[in-house]
Write a protein that binds this ligand. Structure first.
Ligand code: NDP
Ligand code: 2IT
Length: 444
C-alpha cells in the first residue's frame, strides 16, 4: 500500500482494538491502490477515509430473564455502515464472540457485497454476544423480544432491514418480527428470512449455499470443468454449509467433510445430508452425532483439521479466520485447485496471499456468498409488491445474479490487467459503484 497508506494508518490509530475490522479494510485497500492512482480525487475528497467510518453505530443493553428466573444482561449492536445505494441491509449475529470489531468488519464487507448484487441495498450488520447454544425456545424468544424492544427504534423497511447470520435463523427472525409488529403495529418487510407463510421469500433459506455453488460453477466453466466427480470439503454445518452441500451434491460433487466449532466429520462415502439436517436443524445437536448414523465415518476433535483433508475444492462456510497461512499451504499441498468462500472473511490475509502465489482459483466471500443477501433483497421486493414469486422464479433470479457477479468481477480484473484475480475484481467493481453514488449524493 502506498497512496492509501496514510488513510489506513489513520484507521489503525482510530480503531486500535479492532483487528478484524482493520483486516477487512487492509484487504480491500490492497486492491484499491490502483484505483487511487487512476482517480486521485477519491483520495483528496476523502472517499476512502469515509469508507473506513460507519455512518452510525448503535449499541444497547439487552436485559432478559432465563428459565430459572435469573436476570441476564447482554450487549446488542447495529452498525449502519453505508446507505449510498439503498437502505442499510445485512444480518444479525448472535454468538459469544460478537464485539464491535467483528460487527464493523461485517458491515464494511456487506457494503461492498451488496453493491455487487446489483440490487438497491446499502450495508449494515448487527448482533449480540448472546449465546443461543443450550437455550430453550422460550429463552430465545425472550432474548429476541428484548433485543427488538431496543432495535425497533432504528430500523424500518426503507431505513435498515436486518436478517440472519451466525446464530440467527428462521426461529429468531420469527420472534424478532413478532416483537417489531407488536410495537410498531406495522406488517412490513422490516426483516428478511421470514417464514414462508408470513412474508418470507422462497429460496431465502437455501440462497447463500446455492448461490455459492452457482458461483463455483461459473469459475469451473472458465476452466472447462464441472463439479461432477470433484471431491469437496466443507467447513461448518449451519445454514450456509448445509445448502452448499445440497447443491454441490446435486451437480455430482462428492462432499466428504462438515464441521462445527467442536470438530469435523469425514465420510469417505460422501456426506449423508439428511442425517446432518436431522442432527442440526431438528435436534440442534453436535456434528459428532453423525457417527450414530454412519459409524464408519470418522470424527476428529478440533475444527482446524478439516483443512488437512485432500480435496479438489474447498468451501469454508463456518466463520472468520478459519483458514490461516499453514492451513492454506496444506490445502494446496494436498491438491486443492479452487477455494470459494461461503463464510465472511474465513481466510486470513496471509492465507489469501498463499492462494494468490499458488495460482489456484479463489473467490472472496463478498462475491461468492452474496446470494443470501441478494435473495433478501428479492424478499424486500416481493414484500413491497405484496406478492410472492415461485421457488423456480426466485432460484432463476438468484442464479442470474451470481453469474453477473462473476462476470462483472472477472471483467473488471481483465480491464485492469489482472485476469483471474477475483479479489481485485470484486473489490474494485463494488468500490467504484459505492464511491460514485456517494459523489452524486454530495460529500458533506
Ligand atoms: P449458522 O449459525 O447457521 O452456522 C454456523 C456454523 O459455523 C456452525 O456449524 C458453527 O458451529 C460454525 N461456527 C460458528 N462459529 C465458529 C467458530 N468460531 N469456530 C468454528 N466453527 C464455528 O451460520 P451461517 O451458516 O448462517 O453462517 C456461516 C458463515 O456464513 C458466517 O461467516 C456468516 O457470516 C456467513 N454468511 C451467512 C449468510 C446467511 O445468509 N446466513 C450469508 C452470507 C454469509 P457451532 O454450531 O459449533 O457454533
Ligand atoms: O453476510 C450476509 O450477507 C448475511 N448474513 C445475509 C444478510 C442479509 O441481509 O440477508
Amino acid at each position: 500500500m502506498k497512496l492509501l497508506a496514510g488513510v489506513y494508518e489513520k484507521a489503525q490509530k482510530r480503531n486500535p482494538n479492532e483487528p478484524e475490522f482493520l483486516q477487512a479494510v487492509e484487504e480491500v485497500f490492497e486492491s484499491l491502490e490502483i484505483v487511487a492512482e487512476r482517480y486521485p480525487q477519491y483520495v483528496t475528497d476523502g472517499i476512502f477515509e469515509r469508507l473506513t467510518e460507519p455512518e452510525r453505530v448503535i449499541m444497547f443493553r439487552v436485559p432478559w430473564i432465563d428459565d430459572k428466573g435469573n436476570y441476564q444482561i447482554n450487549r446488542g449492536m447495529r452498525v449502519q455502515y453505508n446507505s449510498a445505494i439503498g437502505p442499510y441491509k445485512g444480518g444479525l449475529r448472535f454468538h459469544p464472540s460478537v464485539n464491535l470489531s467483528i460487527i464493523k468488519f461485517l458491515g464494511f464487507e456487506q457494503t461492498f457485497k451488496n453493491a455487487l448484487t446489483g440490487l438497491p441495498i446499502g450495508g449494515g450488520k448487527g448482533g449480540s454476544d448472546f449465546d443461543p447454544k443450550g437455550k430453550s425456545d422460550k429463552e430465545i424468544m425472550k432474548f429476541c423480544q428484548s433485543f427488538m424492544t431496543e432495535l425497533y427504534k432504528y430500523i424500518g423497511q426503507d431505513t435498515d432491514v436486518p436478517a440472519g447470520d451466525i446464530g440467527v435463523g428462521g426461529r429468531e427472525i420469527g420472534y424478532l418480527f413478532g416483537q417489531y409488529k407488536r410495537i410498531r403495529d406495522e406488517y412490513c418487510g422490516v426483516l428478511t428470512g421470514k417464514g414462508r407463510m408470513w412474508g418470507g421469500s422462497l429460496v431465502r433459506t437455501e440462497a447463500t449455499g446455492y448461490g455459492l455453488i452457482y458461483f463455483v460453477n461459473e469459475m469451473l466453466k472458465d476452466k472447462n470443468e464441472t463439479l461432477e466427480g470433484k471431491t469437496v470439503i466443507v467447513s461448518g454445518s449451519g445454514n450456509v454449509a448445509t445448502y452448499a452441500v445440497e447443491k454441490a451434491q446435486s451437480f455430482g460433487a462428492k462432499v466428504v467433510t462438515m464441521s462445527d466449532s467442536n470438530g469435523y466429520i469425514y465420510d469417505k462415502n460422501g456426506i449423508d445430508l439428511a442425517a446432518v439436517k436431522q442432527i442440526k436443524e431438528v435436534e440442534r445437536k453436535r456434528i459428532k452425532e453423525y457417527l450414530n448414523y454412519h459409524p464408519d465415518a470418522v470424527y476428529t476433535e478440533g475444527c482446524k483439521g478439516v483443512w488437512s483433508v485432500p480435496c479438489d475444492i474447498a468451501l469454508p462456510c463456518a466463520t472468520q479466520n478459519e483458514i490461516d497461512k499453514d492451513s492454506a499451504l496444506l490445502l494446496i499441498k494436498n491438491g486443492c485447485k479452487l477455494l470459494a468462500e461461503g463464510a465472511n472473511m474465513p481466510s486470513t490475509n496471509e492465507a489469501i496471499q498463499v492462494y494468490k502465489d499458488s495460482g489456484i482459483a479463489y473467490a472472496p466471500g463478498k462475491a461468492s456468498n452474496a446470494g443470501g443477501v441478494a435473495t433478501s433483497a428479492l424478499e424486500m421486493c416481493q414484500n413491497s409488491m405484496r406478492y410472492a414469486w415461485t421457488f423456480e422464479e426466485v432460484d432463476a433470479k438468484l442464479s442470474d445474479i451470481m453469474k453477473n457477479i462473476y462476470k462483472n468481477a472477472s471483467q473488471t480484473a481483465k480491464d485492469f490487467d489482472k485476469e483471474g484475480d477475483l479479489v481485485f475484481g470484486a473489490n474494485v467493481t463494488a468500490f467504484l459503484k459505492v464511491a460514485e453514488a456517494m459523489y452524486q449524493q454530495g460529500l458533506v
